[in-house]
Write a protein that binds this ligand. Structure first.
Ligand SMILES: N[C@@H](CCC(=O)N[C@@H](CS)C(=O)NCC(=O)O)C(=O)O
Length: 107
């Protein structure tokens, strides 16, 4: 992956507690999985940054390599890859997501 792209992803993730690499935007998700993640984060009422991977093929392919994860959405919390839609849903239902977000937002 291009060093410049890696650097900009590193910086984005380091400077935002929650980042969602998704299809579409938080206002207009372009995929049901991305929409689910947006709805979960909206319910949790936390600040989050989104990146529309449909706008840039280099980010779309680059994020699969960067995260070692083949699909979108990809959610980063406190600088670490957290998961996709299924993991977010499970963590939301179990209460783990609330815990992780509290840790991230209070650190
Ligand atoms: N089980 C996945 C569902 C996500 C998924 O299957 N995403 C597909 C369709 S939106 C995807 O990103 N495919 C790769 C691509 O479009 O580049 C999850 O938990 O996030």
């Amino acid at each position: 992956m291009a060093p410049d792209l890696k650097k900009s992803i590193d910086e984005l993730i380091a400077s935002n507690k929650v980042v969602v690499f998704m299809k579409g935007t938080r206002q207009f998700p372009m995929c049901g999985f991305s929409n689910t993640v947006v709805q979960i984060l909206n319910v949790m009422d936390v600040p989050y940054q989104t990146v529309n991977i449909l706008e840039d093929d280099a980010i779309r392919s680059g994020m699969k390599e960067y995260s070692q994860w083949p699909t979108f959405p990809q959610v980063y919390i406190n600088g670490d890859f957290f998961g996709g839609c299924d993991i977010m849903m499970e963590a939301y239902q179990s209460g783990e997501l609330k815990e992780q977000l509290e840790i991230a937002l209070n650190s």
